[in-house]
Design a protein around this ligand. Sequence first.
Ligand code: HEM
Ligand SMILES: *[C@@H]1O[C@H](CO)[C@@H](O)[C@H](O)[C@H]1NC(C)=O
Length: 573
Amino acid sequence: MAAFSETASEWWPFSASTTAVVAGITIFFLAHHISSRKLDPREPPVLAPAVPLIGHLLGMALLGGRYVKNLGIRHQRRLSVFTLPVPGSRIYVVTDPALAAAVQRASRALSFNPIVPELTQRVLGLDHATVQITRRNVDPRPGEERGFLPDIQDMVSAWLGPGEYLSTLSLDAAAEMKNEIAAYASSVAATTSSRGAATTGLLSWVRHLVTVSTAKYLYGPQNPIALDPALEASFWDFDHGLGSLLINVFPSITARRAHAGREKLAAALLAYLEAGRHATSGSGIVRRRVEIALEHGWAMPAVAREELSFLFAGIVNATTSTFWILLHLYADPGLLATVRREIESVLSSRSDENEPAASSATPKPKPLLLRIADLRDKCPVLVAVYRECLRLGSDTYSTRVVKEDHLLANRYFLKKNAIVQIAGGVIHADPRIWGADVSSFNPQRFLDKTNSRSDAEALSPDNDGGAKPRPKQQQLQLQQGNAFHPAAFRAFGGGKTLCPGRHFAMNEILVFVALVVLQFDMKPARGDKIDVPPKNDGVLPVHILEPVRPVEVVISKREDGFARDGLDVEFAM
Ligand code: HEM
Ligand SMILES: *[C@@H]1O[C@H](CO)[C@@H](O)[C@H](O)[C@H]1NC(C)=O
C-alpha cells in the first residue's frame, strides 16, 4: 500500500488503479444516466441496460428473442410498455393486449411497411433497383398512388380471405397432402413388414410432407423442389439462418449456409418463372403475384426472390405448428382418442349425401367425405389443441416504426423513428390472461372460454386494422363477455400485419392433422412415453419455435380404427 501512495503525484492522492476504477465507475454512471434518460416525461418507463448503451443489443444478440421476452415477463406486473434505449434509437416494448390494440389502431403513425424494403433486402438479397421500387408509396392514403407493397398485400389478403379462392386453394392443399401421406402410408406398410419399424424425427417428417405438398399446390407439379429434391435441404438451411441474414453482420460468414441455400432456390425459381411454369401450372395466387411485381417494374430475378418469401410464408409456420399439434396429441392417448372421435364423427359416407338409400343394392365401398368446415366448426377439442399449440409456440413480435411523434393511447410518448414491438411471447406468458397454468399445455382453456376471437379475428375494432367484418358463417361462434382479449392471441400478429394466410393455414393444418391421426399410430423411439421437449426460445423468433431437441418416434399404420385398410377420403368445403 505504502509503495502505491509514493508513486502517486502530490495533488492526486490515489493510485493509478484506483483512478482507473473511479474513472470507470464515473463513465459507467454517466453512460447509465444517458441510457436511462427519458426523451419526454411521458415516454414509457426506461429500462437501462446492465452494460451501458449497448447492453440491450448485446442481450438480443446473445440470447435471441428470449432476452426481451424475459425482461417483459420480469416487469409484467408493473409495466405494460417500456423503453429499451439502444444506440441512436429506442425500442418500445408493449406487453399488454389493450395497449397492443392501441398500437394496431394507430396505423397512420405506427407502421410496419417502411421497414419492409430494408428487411427484404437483407433476407432475400434483393438488388438496389428493386429495393427502390419497394420504397415507393408503402402507406398510401386513400386516393394516393399505390406502391408495390400495398398492392400485393391487399391482393394476397383478399384472395386468401373467406371466399371462392380460399376454398379452391384449401381443397388443392388437402388433395396434395392426402397424396403425400398416402405415399408415406404405403412405404410404412412395406418397411414394417420387411425390416421392422423405423425411427423417424417427427419434425423432419412433418417438414418433408408439408414442404413437398406446399410447393406442389402453390407452384404446380413442375415446381423447383419437385424437379430437384435436394432443394428441400437448401430451403431449411435458408430458414435456419434467417436470423443471421436479418442481423446482416458478415452474412457470408455468419449465415453461409442460409446464403448458399437461398441462392440455389432463387436460381431454381428464376428458371421456373422463365420457363413460364407458373403460368401453365402454378396456382392462381402465384400467377397474380408475379403479374403485380412485373406491373411495378420488377425484373424476373427479383420476382424469383419474392416468390421464395411466399413459399417460405406458406411452409415454415404450417410445418412447426403441425409438428406441435401432432406431438401433443400422440403424447396424450386420452386426448388423441377424443380428437379421433371428433374427426370420425364428421366423416360421412358419400352416399348419405346425394344418393337415395335404395341405390345401394350393389354395395361397393364409397369414399368417405370430409368437409373442411366441419373440422373447424364441429371439432372443438381439435381446434382448441390447434390454438393452444400456437399460443405456446409463438413468441412473435409485431413490429412497427414510429413515423411521427405519437402519444400512444393518449398517454405514452413515442419518438419519431423509434421501433415499437408488441411482445407476443410476453403476452402469451401472462398468467393474468391465461391463468396460473400459463406455461403448461392445456387446450381446455380455449374450450372454457369458447374463445373464437383467438385467431385474432376482427369482430372487435381492436384487432381488425380497418378490415371489413367477415361474413356471418365465417365467424366462429363467439360468446360475448367470455373470451380472451381480442389482441391477446398473437400467433397471427394483429392489425395491419395480421397474417393473411390464417384462414388457409387453419384449413390445411386441420386437414393434415386429421389425415395423420386417422391413419397412424406413433410410439416413442425409446421409453414408453412420448417426450414433449420445451421450445427453443434462444433464437430470433422468425416463426413458431422449434423444440430444443428432436423428438424421435416410430410411426405405424393404425390397427384399431376403420382406416385400417387404407383411408379413401374426398374433401369438400
Ligand atoms: C400457423 C401458421 C401461420 C402462422 C402462425 C402465421 C403467422 C404470421 C404472422 C405473425 C405474420 C405477420 C408477420 C409480421 O408481423 O411481421 C404473417 C405474415 C404473413 N403470412 Fe402467415 N402464418 C401462418 C401461415 C401462413 C400461410 C399458410 C400462408 C400462405 C399460404 C401465410 C402467408 C403470410 C404472408 C404472405 C404474410 C406477409 C404479409 C405481409 O407482408 O403483409 N401464412 N404470418
Ligand atoms: C410465423 O409465425 C411467427 C409466430 O407467430 C411470426 O412471428 C412470424 O412472423 C411468422 N412468419 C411468417 C413467415 O409467416
